[in-house]
Design a protein around this ligand. Structure first.
Ligand code: NAD
Ligand code: DAU
Length: 353
């Protein structure tokens, strides 16, 4: 038996594949298109590991997906593949609708056909785990209770709207066809191998290059941070013990304003890799806000904590220090990322701000 991981060369997907194979023997087949965000270097450790098969391809390629499901006798699908960056969805939403919505639909159709061919224990035990986001719930006011699983959807960016649409499709496949699906809605992840367009790695790498640290708006937007390793552990729990048809909110109860996050990163870098003169916080620059910028996200993770006994292992303080150290120690990975495409994105998103 094998699990199929879509988007397994991206940030969370690759952390998941590495953790999965570190903890057990069940093989993994990874399907990834290798967009700008996919990076085979993330999976380099598995190059000669017979338990891992990598296939470069698109989740929208239905014949390919059908072949992979049948050939590998897939017993579960972990669906990470997505366009995941909000700012990119503002500049160009089309890819987001194509991969996140149409791609999830294509995958669901092929998974449904595969599942329909199964019988007995294999059919009973089959699972489709859809990895989604807290952004589908929209924005919270200060002091409002955190998102529970019953919160109404209210997405505000093309990214979150496309993820919300995919969540609805997944739900519909359970209610209409009985496909044994599970959905997780997680808060902001951080940790090793995150593409440096996202807040934390962007700030670390800009700081090390003595470049401005671009904080959107007043820096008061709040995110609820979770270490990627804790997210992966939550997903393994949901896959094994989650009830089909259910959704699970996952979060670290670590709400911080962006300015607090950036200042903490600066303090860590002052200690771990000091500047020749001055402090990193002197590089902070307030820039034009993101359009439709959600003010606050916060996850109420009571359900997964109570039902599945999941609890995060990393505090934000220790996880952030470990992450800063990872970027300091993995300069080759960083240099490899700084391709023409990365520089083009930085120019497009920041030059006119
Ligand atoms: P990422 O952008 O780092 O990786 C996405 C991966 O998907 C890349 O490897 C890319 O090549 C691949 N991909 C994109 N389009 C594809 C396609 N059409 N076919 C096959 N592969 C394709 O994203 P991430 O941060 O690792 O997020 C993974 C999932 O988790 C996403 O679904 C995202 O919505 C969700 N999520 C992310 C966070 C977060 O903080 N990063 C939080 C909650 C949920
Ligand atoms: O909440 C889960 C979501 O978290 C995931 O679904 C997304 O895939 C993931 O990208 C992330 O979305 P955010 O938009 O919250 O993450 P990002 O790292 O882009 O931004 C975090 C906050 O930092 C946000 O309020 C915007 C702000 N920001 C971001 C960048 C890149 C800045 O102030 N400056 C920046 O340069």
């Amino acid at each position: 038996m094998t699990i199929l991981v879509t988007g397994g060369a991206g940030f969370i997907g690759s952390n998941f594949v590495l953790d999965w194979l570190a903890q057990g023997e069940e093989p993994v087949v990874t399907l990834d298109k290798l967009t700008y965000a996919g990076n085979l270097a993330n999976l380099a450790r598995l190059q000669n590991d017979p338990r891992h098969t990598f296939v470069r391809g698109d989740i929208c390629d239905r014949p390919l997906v059908a072949r992979m499901l049948a050939t590998h006798r897939v017993r579960a699908v972990l669906h990470f593949a997505a366009e995941s960056h909000v700012d990119r969805s503002i500049h160009g939403p089309s890819e987001f609708v194509q991969t996140n919505l149409v791609g999830t639909f294509s995958l669901l159709e092929e998974v449904r056909a595969h599942w329909n061919e199964l019988s007995g224990a294999r059919r009973e035990g089959f699972r489709f785990l859809h990895v989604s986001t807290d952004e589908v719930y929209g924005s919270l006011q200060p002091g409002e209770p955190a998102f529970t699983e019953t919160r109404a959807y209210s997405p505000n960016s093309p990214y979150s709207a496309s993820k919300a649409g995919s969540d609805h499709l997944v739900r519909a496949y359970y209610h209409t066809y009985g496909l044994p699906v599970l959905t997780s809605n997680c808060s902001n992840n951080y940790g090793p191998m995150q593409f440096p367009e996202k807040l934390i790695p962007l700030m670390i790498l800009n700081a090390l290059e003595q470049k401005p640290l671009p904080v959107y708006g007043d820096g008061g937007n709040v995110r609820d941070w979770l270490h990627v390793g804790d997210h992966c552990e939550a997903l393994r729990s949901v896959l094994t013990h989650g009830r089909p048809g259910e959704t699970y909110n996952v979060g670290g109860s670590a709400e911080c304003t962006n300015l607090q996050v950036v200042n903490t990163l600066c303090e860590l870098l002052d200690r771990l890799s000091p500047r020749t003169s001055g402090r990193y916080s002197e590089l902070i620059k307030f820039v034009t806000d993101r359009p439709g910028h959600d003010r606050r996200y916060a996850i109420d993770a009571t359900k997964i904590r109570r039902e599945l006994k999941w609890t995060p292992r990393h505090s934000f303080a220790t996880g952030l220090e470990q992450t800063v150290r990872w970027y300091l120690e993995n300069r080759a990975w960083v240099e490899n990322i700084r391709s023409g495409e990365y520089q083009r994105w930085i120019d497009k998103n920041y030059l006119a701000r």
